[in-house]
Write a protein that binds this ligand. Structure first.
Ligand code: ASP
Ligand code: MG
Length: 417
């Protein structure tokens, strides 16, 4: 068994779906994980926002847009007007959820998952229907029933051992040898839908590869494999042919958009190689990530946008290091805030975190606990592994740099965007 994962960009239109077909039709035994099409998850986040803020027009407008967007893809695939009943039913359900008055702010994460999970349900129904229609016999798998997660919404981890019998049974009992399942979503012990965190489909695919003892996993992307920098930002980016699991985790943690950071562990546990391949050209080799691999010997540059810098200082000057440090992190964890960079001095702790709707609440709590907090928006985190003097001079200096951290090999900078 192999596992293939197709991200939103690779199935953003009918050409993408046709291309997926041409890639999967070469395979005999395959589990295909598909993300929501194009920018669907972003639009669903706006549907959720409409529910959260009581702005019905915002929800309705985005649902209508998504209905139309998917209907157009379906029509294009079938070369005529065509409907898939299960897709229509999902949009009806989404509309009625958005019209409900049951939303409670204590359950924001639960509602978030309920809403954003529609993207993957819709995309997989379309892909599965189209493949069956065009001669690639396959079975649609409801991952909410097969991937058991923690009882935690918006950013759940998968319970591997509990998911194992569920997914294996679904595969074993089928006559088909090609399976189509949703990335990003799962089911909690209480039966509600959970999601694994934005861009979590890679992680879903790795979990499937682990459980089914796959020979390999491939992520099909709109790039030629892993590069040492994002070519949209750094024009002279170079291709990396091979990467170790360890390097891949480091890069993902620093914000490289290659794979979701949780993806590597399940693969590493079973030594399953991960291929990052360009969906535009299946003859190109892409990048392979595996246990043993030569160390990358060119600098790697990663820019992570959407960051906020928090400067935290105890009002009484008691300082931070000892127990107050633990207090701060415990409080941030409650609000699901993870730090990408930590920097401290005698009376100050600086944290670089993702911008999110939880920050304001967290800052409020920190202030209530006796800390002064300065919140600086519109930041970005630049990580350069294997930096040179030239790269240091080019990026680490200048008035917009708020924090600079350098080890022997790695330079990290928080600066204004
Ligand atoms: N559709 C989800 C997202 O956009 C999951 C994924 O694409 O991996 O975040
Ligand atoms: Mg995506």
């Amino acid at each position: 068994m192999k596992v293939y994962k197709f991200g939103g960009a690779s199935v953003k239109n009918a050409d993408g779906a046709r291309n997926l077909r041409s890639i999967v039709s070469d395979e005999e035994e395959l589990f295909v994980i598909v993300s929501a099409m194009g920018k669907t998850t972003n639009a669903l986040e706006r549907v959720f926002e409409g529910i959260q803020k009581g702005d019905k027009a915002l929800s309705d407008e985005n649902i209508a847009m998504l209905r139309k967007y998917h209907a157009e893809i379906i029509d294009d695939l079938y070369h005529e007007h065509h409907t898939i009943a299960a897709v229509d039913a999902l949009f009806d359900e989404l509309e009625s959820l958005a019209a409900t008055s049951e939303y409670r702010s204590e359950d924001a994460e639960l509602w978030y998952d309920r809403i954003v999970s529609f993207g993957e349900l819709v995309s997989t129904l379309i892909i599965s229907d189209y493949l069956n229609h065009s001669g690639v016999e396959n079975k649609w798998i409801d991952m909410r029933q097969c991937i058991r997660t923690q009882q935690r919404h918006k950013d759940a981890s998968v319970e591997l051992e509990e998911s194992k019998p569920l997914l294996r049974e679904a595969v074993k009992s089928a006559k088909e040898r090609v399976f189509i399942g949703q990335g990003f979503i799962g089911g909690a012990p209480d039966g509600t839908t959970t999601t694994l965190g934005r861009e979590g489909s890679d992680y879903s695919a790795a979990v499937v590869a682990y459980i089914l003892d796959a020979e390999s996993m491939a992520v099909w992307k709109d790039v030629d494999g892993v590069l040492n920098a994002d070519p949209k930002i750094f024009p002279d980016a170079q291709h990396i042919a091979e990467l170790s699991y360890l390097d891949a985790i480091e890069l993902a943690y620093s914000g490289a958009q290659i794979i979701h950071p949780k993806t590597i562990k399940p693969l590493q546990n079973k030594n399953i190689p991960l291929y990052v391949r360009p969906f535009g050209d299946k003859r190109k080799p892409g990048t392979v990530i595996r246990g043993s691999s030569a160390r990358v010997n060119i600098p790697i540059l990663i820019l992570k946008g959407g960051q906020v810098l928090l400067n935290i200082r105890p009002r009484d000057f008691s300082f931070v290091l000892e127990e107050r440090f633990a207090e701060i992190f415990a409080l941030l964890a409650q609000f699901r805030i993870k730090s990408h960079l930590v920097h401290n001095s005698a009376v100050n702790l600086s944290l670089c975190i993702d911008s999110s709707w939880h920050i304001d609440e967290a800052v409020k709590s920190l202030r209530a606990e006796g800390f002064d907090v300065m919140q600086i928006e519109d930041m970005e985190l630049l990580t350069i592994r294997g930096y040179t003097k030239e790269l240091f001079d080019k990026y680490a200096l200048g008035s917009e740099v708020y924090v600079r951290q350098a080890t022997q090999s790695t330079l990290r900078i928080v600066r204004k965007r």
